[in-house]
Design a protein around this ligand. Sequence first.
Ligand SMILES: Cc1ncc(COP(=O)(O)O)c(C=O)c1O
Length: 385
Amino acid sequence: MTSSQASRSSTASAPLRVPFIDLVAQFATIREEVEAAVRGVFERQTFVLGPEVRAFEAEAATYLGCRHAIGVASGTDALVLALRAAGVGAGDEVIVPPFTFGATALSVRNVGAIPVFADIDPRTFNLDPESVRRTLTPKTKALIPVHLYGLPADMDALGSIARDRKIALIEDAAQAFGAAHRGRKAGTLGTAACFSFYPTKNLGGAGDGGLVTTDDDAFASRVRVLREHGSRERYVHDVVGTNSRLDELQAAVLRVKLRRIDAWNAGRRRLAGSYRAALSDESRAQLPVEVPGLEHIYHLFVVRVSDNRAVRDRLIEAGIGCGIYYPSPLHVQPAFRDLGQREGDMPHAERACREVLALPIYAELPDAAVATVSAALRGVLRATR
Ligand SMILES: Cc1ncc(COP(=O)(O)O)c(C=O)c1O
């Protein structure tokens, strides 16, 4: 979610009774630790690729259960560098969902490859393996499933497609830090994975940041070289790399937050349960699915309603922060129009864009707020029938 997305949902009619997100409330719980960590960086005056980044990379790899975690400048760069490390380039096709933040597909274009859209499973909002199978061609070089809203994609089916075709499987785990798939963390389920630490993410920094994870030593080494001007040795450029490093200040803040991530995700899951109890008999709102074996971390709690824009506008008028992620599918957007896809080609993604509505969810949200939001949603749904 970008800052404009976050602010559109939370400030359209201030002051909100229940904000969509409240990073000030989160900061109040970690202020001393964050201030001490930031002070430490200033005292050392090492701002780029220093001890905080090394420690964060090691701690993130241990937490997730993978061999390598490489800090980069953003989630978008994580995707671009992972694609490059997987050898994806001009003329290659990469299968992506059309119902995701634009960066998933834009990163494919940014390495000169062709994004090929496959539709989503309407129950989970994640890439549908059957649609992926129909979309494969001899040019397919990689799949990028997105663990949308914090629910892991069907990695068993997608993993078997990737193995059969000997193509890369790159998880877009930007919204899923700490989510799990049959006991393994998102971020350890494919060739490599990409995380975003954009401030509103469930593990968010104090600015932009991202992470590439992998178990493959050679892949990790290629990402490290690419993020550092293509250099293994200073002033020797082996490949055309770039400057994409996580900085020390971000890593210092992220280390503090990483220690809380399980508690925060548990808080999100608990609140999701409260929404479920409060809205289970509301037939005009379809609740998100819980898939056996998958641990959803509810980066976003998203219901389906008919005419989501009208419901969103009325809820915001009623003082409830909410948002539509995402209002328009990627295959019909100007940046992808030359690929020749039209409205109607991705019916499940298109319908989701008309129906999804994200309600406030974050660890500091008081229980009473769930009741307030649920009551307001019921009232709006009755009125917009
Ligand atoms: C699914 C998804 N992929 C990629 C990104 C890109 O991450 P960033 O904003 O850190 O570049 C985001 C978040 O913004 C995202 O939600």
